[in-house]
Design a protein around this ligand. Structure first.
Ligand code: MGD
Ligand code: MGD
Ligand code: SF4
Ligand code: MO
Length: 731
């Protein structure tokens, strides 16, 4: 049997690392980084290297399943689509199209064709109830851009950055697209060599913070105050780029007044940090020739997500860290259409208040989509508009949604729950049907998705005009009945006689310049191939897809495009004083996070681990380890509470409780408990020593939720630690 090695792309996370795949006898047997590919330096992570186990391990679903009285039994995918169609038609006839909702998770986001077709199918049946995991991630980014406006030309090239501010983001582990995610460890080393200064704000000495010039290790939830403090220092010392501010922004006086109370002493006291560090960080950021701010899930989950992102944009604009006329355009697109970039903003735009309105908490459509944190309520709340059927595509609500008990009640209350997943997850367990999809190496793909994230935030997207295409490398295992995720929605549309209306939005600002992916499929016509869908998504691309395909290892498609000057007569401005943002900042000033400490003296922080992607990887032996997400605590706290590593403790929030297995971590700020999400089991099946604990159970969807995005407090959660051996003792 001869082995062949093919270049391909890992799409498990948004890093989209180029890999090389050894194929023997029609099976992928080995995956490593691709050293020939540009930009990534041969990087791959343990999850990518476990792609063969994902494809051929015992956890993989090779047939769709239907739940009956005796549990799950295999069902041919065509028959599953027939039955699901009949059920959906009955539900729509009785309750209207809005009663059908869809939740798309991270398992689908990297598959452009699938996400677009899934959303397009829902459009086609007339339901607006489309939810994505993005709404329980960093939804504030897009709302902040709506408030502030977005600089058309983006940032200068990343190579020219001589400082960078990372707020609650750990790219070395997460490869988060908020910071160059292509081998971020190497990116940080290169920055160090170039003497660029890294400022990290994180309550934990993370793998990223270890490389920081300044590491601020504050109390969680104070990021808005910290950024306001930096802005105050810059404005009071006159360090802002006065010409840029005068020519391109408005509202600086109102911003100055709003940040006035955030003196270094005030910020240092409330955030438990050094005032000198704050001053030094502000000066470094302002003095930099080019610098960026990347905010991660840390500040997003600790409340004031939109405000934190907004202040980060203000910081960049005050210092004029945007590309200027004549600069080389850093992100000219490859698979997306080319565009003209001027040294002027896409001005602020209305980003919320859209249809549909949800029935809970005054929420509704906005540029970050409908709030998945409200979906359980939309299922549970009786009356007109109630959701009766849910299709979960590449997501795991039981592991990922805030308030696990409410999610459990909701999913159990549905008339129809269909899950598309490669494994039998906690959500699949509750489903009426589980659809088994094809996996990455069995499908073609491009780097369209990571390229398009540049429209979802200013520091996102490839730092260079890089693109790649991979064909499918292997067939699904013999005897299996798996379909691509999009084929399921095609199958439903065909049976229901509805259209598939694909319209991928990038957020309103840039749409004028770069049109969204938009096409309609007619399921009465011939079925397209995935490659044809990929071609449709790349229509009008700056570089023809055919050219991209000529570079199997991926390629940087340089462009000498320059940023043009502001258009004659244009006076669009970046907004430094959006009224809702300044009002929220005033609210922050009045907040006293310490009030709750008497009863709940610890704060539970989110974190991520290299081997596990949210809830994915836990069924793959090579990745799962002992299956537990430890409750990391500072050794001092453990000594004080007389808790030993390995002890099982009760972690109680004002909303719920879980059992956690303790581990010591010196790197944490004392008073913190740091735990990964995506672990544990469904309520009633807990086994913390084998499957870990679900931190979502500690979260209330009503606590501290953002009135626009609906994102509740998912980090900086006040908790109390109770020793189990002596349940009476708590701290
Ligand atoms: N408490 C707490 N909650 C959180 C977070 C947190 O930090 N703390 N983080 C939040 C964030 S940032 C996010 S993005 C969400 C994630 O929320 P989800 O996306 O709902 O959760 P995942 O665990 O990523 O689920 C992805 C699923 O896709 C499946 N999958 C993998 N490949 C494929 C495929 O090719 N096709 C299909 N159909 N399925 C596939 C995987 O097996 C997995 O079950 O969770 C959020 N929830
Ligand atoms: N290996 C791996 N990679 C992943 C994922 C995964 O699960 N595993 N998930 C993917 C997904 S869906 C996403 S959204 C990205 C997320 O990527 P990131 O946003 O980088 O997420 P984390 O790695 O959890 O880093 C968040 C950091 O915030 C810190 N933090 C917690 N609370 C606060 C606070 O109040 N303020 C500040 N300043 N910091 C705080 C935490 O200590 C932690 O180090 O990662 C993606 N990549
Ligand atoms: S970081 Fe790992 S999981 Fe993400 S794309 Fe790269 S190899 Fe795949
Ligand atoms: Mo995420």
């Amino acid at each position: 049997m001869t082995a062949q090695v093919h270049p391909s792309i890992c799409r498990l996370c948004t890093a989209y690392c180029p890999v090389q795949v050894t194929v023997e006898g029609g099976r992928a047997t080995k995956v490593t980084g691709n050293p020939r590919a540009p930009l990534y330096g041969g990087y791959s992570c343990p999850k990518g290297r476990a792609l063969p186990e994902q494809h051929y391990g015992p956890q993989r679903l090779l047939h769709s399943l239907k739940r009956g009285a005796d549990g799950f039994a295999p069902i041919p995918s065509g028959q599953a689509m027939d039955e699901i169609t009949a059920k959906l038609e009955a539900i729509v006839a009785e309750h209207g199209p809005r009663s059908v909702a869809m939740y798309v998770g991270m398992g689908l986001v990297p598959f452009v064709a699938s996400t677009g077709v899934a959303a397009g199918w829902l459009n086609g049946i007339g339901s607006p109830m489309f939810f994505t995991a993005g709404s329980i991630d960093k939804p504030g980014i897009l709302i902040a851009l709506a408030h502030h406006g977005m600089w058309q030309a983006g940032q200068p090239h990343f190579d020219t950055a001589d400082a960078w501010l990372l707020v609650g983001i750990n790219p070395v582990i997460s490869k988060s697209p908020g910071f160059p995610g292509q081998n971020p460890g190497r990116v940080l080393k290169d920055m160090e060599k170039a003497q660029a200064r890294l400022i990290v704000i994180d309550p934990r000495v993370t793998e990223t913070a270890k490389r920081a010039h300044i590491h601020i290790q504050p109390r969680p939830g104070e990021d808005a105050a910290i950024l306001a403090g930096m802005i105050r220092i810059i404005l009071s010392e006159g360090l802002e780029d006065k010409d840029f501010v005068a020519a391109n922004t408005q509202g600086v006086a109102a911003l100055r007044a709003a940040v006035e109370p955030f003196t270094p002493d005030h910020v240092a006291a409330r955030a438990g940090m050094s005032a000198d560090h704050l001053v030094e960080a502000a000066r470094i950021f302002a003095a930099a020739r080019n610098a960026g701010v990347s905010c991660g899930t840390g500040p997003s989950f600790a409340t004031h997500s939109t405000l934190t992102e907004y202040l980060a944009l203000c910081l960049a604009s005050l210092c004029g860290h945007w590309a200027r006329a004549g600069d080389r355009l850093a992100k000219p697109n490859v698979l997306l259409p080319g565009y003209t970039a001027r040294a002027q903003p896409w001005p602020p735009f209305q980003g919320w208040g859209f249809e549909p309105r949800l029935r809970v908490r005054g929420l509704g459509g906005c540029v970050s989509g409908l709030s998945a944190a409200a979906l359980a309520d939309e299922i549970l709340l009786p009356g007109a508009g109630q959701v009766k059927a849910l299709i979960v595509a590449g997501g795991n609500p039981m592991m990922a949604w805030p308030d696990q008990n409410r999610a459990f009640a909701a999913l159990n209350a549905l008339d129809l729950l269909v899950t598309l997943d490669t494994e039998m997850t906690a959500t699949a367990d509750l489903s009426h049907y589980v659809i088994a999809p094809k996996l990455t190496l069995e499908t073609p793909m491009t780097t369209y998705m990571p390229e398009s994230v540049k429209y979802y935030g200013t520091t996102r997207g490839f730092p260079d005009p890089y693109a790649a295409y991979t064909p499918a490398l292997v067939e699904p295992p013999a005897g299996s009945d798996v379909i691509e995720d999009w084929e399921f929605f095609w199958g439903l549309a065909q049976r229901m006689g509805t259209e598939i209306d694909v319209s991928m939005r990038y957020g309103n600002g840039p749409q004028a310049e770069a049109p969204p992916m938009r096409f309609t499929l007619d399921p009465a016509g011939p079925k397209p191939t995935t490659d044809q869908l990929i071609e449709l998504s790349c229509r009008g691309s700056r570089i023809p897809l055919e050219r991209v395909k000529q570079y199997p290892d991926g390629h940087i498609f340089e462009s000498d495009q320059r940023v043009l000057p502001r258009a004659a007569g244009n006076d669009d401005r970046l907004e430094l004083a959006a009224p809702p943002m300044l009002a929220e900042l005033e609210q922050v000033l009045a907040e006293d996070n310490r009030a709750i400490e008497v009863d709940y003296p610890f704060r539970l922080l989110p974190r991520r681990t290299n081997n596990i992607l949210n809830s994915f990887g836990r069924r793959i032996d090579k990745l799962a380890g002992n299956g537990v997400n430890p409750a990391y605590m500072h050794p001092q706290d453990l000594a004080r509470l007389d808790i030993a590593e390995g002890d099982c403790v009760t972690i109680r929030s004002p909303h719920g409780e879980i059992q956690g297995i303790v581990a010591a971590e010196e790197a944490l700020r004392p008073g913190m408990v740091s735990m990964a999400h995506g672990f544990g089991a469904n309520p009633g099946s807990d086994d913390p020593r084998r499957t870990g604990s679900n931190t979502g159970r500690l979260i209330s969807v009503e606590d501290g939720y953002d009135p626009v995005t609906g994102l509740p407090r998912m980090g900086g959660i006040p908790v109390r630690i109770v020793r189990q051996e002596a349940a009476g003792q708590s701290a």
